[in-house]
Design a protein around this ligand. Structure first.
Ligand code: BTN
Length: 262
């Protein structure tokens, strides 16, 4: 596999920055970039500090799931201090940045499965995990974790072979991680500037959702709901119309599209 070699210098070199001063920390192999980012944030790392891994040995996803990051993929965590008003929009922002980036770098048509899985041809290509916390002096930080399957030999990982995909898989050739990273970071910055400047990211995120109008099953904690995914609220919750006509609002959960079920 042609490994385009990443390093902090190579990544930082091509980054255009207008507002966020990207500071890149590159780890060839690490447990989870989320843990390094949390330690950095608690030590007061500047906004825009990026932890990028060549490989993660203990990558984690939402709902305590494992996230695979063998070499060839992108795993990053970014430290932001958006303030409490904007924190709820970071997952929307990140999934939208991935959508824009994939459209720019490839001719593929990605979409979002609520709340923030990025799919291509019905399979998951990217996952997003946002964790927030408080520094010693009570400054709130958010860590935006993005795991993107770029050059991923799915045949080596039977456990995700039917549910996951990668840019290389969809393109039928290797894809430059550096090109993906640069486009992704530029889009994150653009969207973050827009968001904190008072613009909404909601409409574009909603447009990219494949979930709306579909019959779905939602697992939220220990409860399972079924119904039609009717709409999403501005803060990202899903509105589900159940068979009896009742509407419920789901703040966080895991969606299966009924059309995907075997
Ligand atoms: C999900 O879909 O469940 C979210 C997956 C998030 C994975 C990324 S990879 C970079 C960062 N480090 C981690 O351990 N997780 C996130």
């Amino acid at each position: 596999m042609n490994e385009d070699i990443l390093s902090a210098e190579v990544i930082a070199e091509g980054l255009e920055t207008r507002f966020v001063e990207w500071r890149v920390l590159y780890y060839p192999r690490v447990g989870s970039t989320m843990d390094i980012a949390r330690e950095e944030a608690q030590r007061g790392a500047p906004e825009g500090t990026l932890i990028i891994a060549g490989e993660q040995t203990a990558g984690r996803g939402r709902l305590r799931r494992t996230w695979l990051t063998p070499t060839g993929n992108i795993a990053l965590s970014m430290i932001l201090y958006p303030g409490p008003i904007y924190m709820p929009y970071l997952t929307m922002l990140a999934s939208l940045a991935v959508i824009r980036c994939v459209r720019q770098v490839t001719n593929l048509s990605p979409c979002i499965k609520w709340p923030n899985d990025v799919l291509i041809n019905g399979r998951k290509m990217c996952g997003i995990l946002v964790e927030s916390g408080v520094q010693g002096n009570a400054v709130g930080y958010s860590i935006v974790g993005i795991g993107l399957n770029v050059n991923f030999r799915l045949e080596d990982f039977p456990e995700v072979q039917t549910t996951a995909t990668a840019l290389s898989q969809e393109m039928g050739k290797e894809v430059s991680r550096l090109a993906v990273l640069r486009s992704l970071l530029a889009e994150i910055e653009r969207l973050y500037l827009a968001l904190t400047g008072g613009e909404s990211v909601y409409e574009e995120w909603r447009e990219a959702l494949v979930t709306l109008g579909q019959r779905v099953r939602v697992i939220a904690g220990r409860t399972v709901y079924e119904g039609i995914a009717e709409s999403v609220t501005r803060d990202g919750s899903l509105i589900l119309r159940q068979a009896d006509g009742n509407r419920i609002t789901v703040v966080a959960g895991d969606v299966t599209l009924k059309s995907e079920e075997q």
